[in-house]
Design a protein around this ligand. Structure first.
Ligand SMILES: [Zn+2]
Length: 66
């Protein structure tokens, strides 16, 4: 995965990481049995969310492909 080093909107290089907290987790099923945190890369200048990712992509197994 290419590392994001600059904001595509304002050109800033102040890239920060933020974490989704509370109930804002991603689940691999409707029941919420398997969840993982979501983290975001954000621009420290304009606040744009540049990329969002789940911390444990391995919980999304082959059974839940669309
Ligand atoms: Zn920016």
């Amino acid at each position: 995965m290419n590392e994001i080093k600059t904001c595509q909107y304002c050109g800033s290089t102040k890239i920060k990481v933020g974490y989704q907290i509370g109930d804002g987790e991603m689940s691999s099923d409707f029941m919420g049995n398997k969840t993982c945190r979501i983290s975001h890369l954000i621009c420290g200048d304009c606040g744009a969310i540049l990329m969002s990712r789940v911390d444990n992509p391995e919980i999304f197994d082959d059974d839940n492909r669309i």
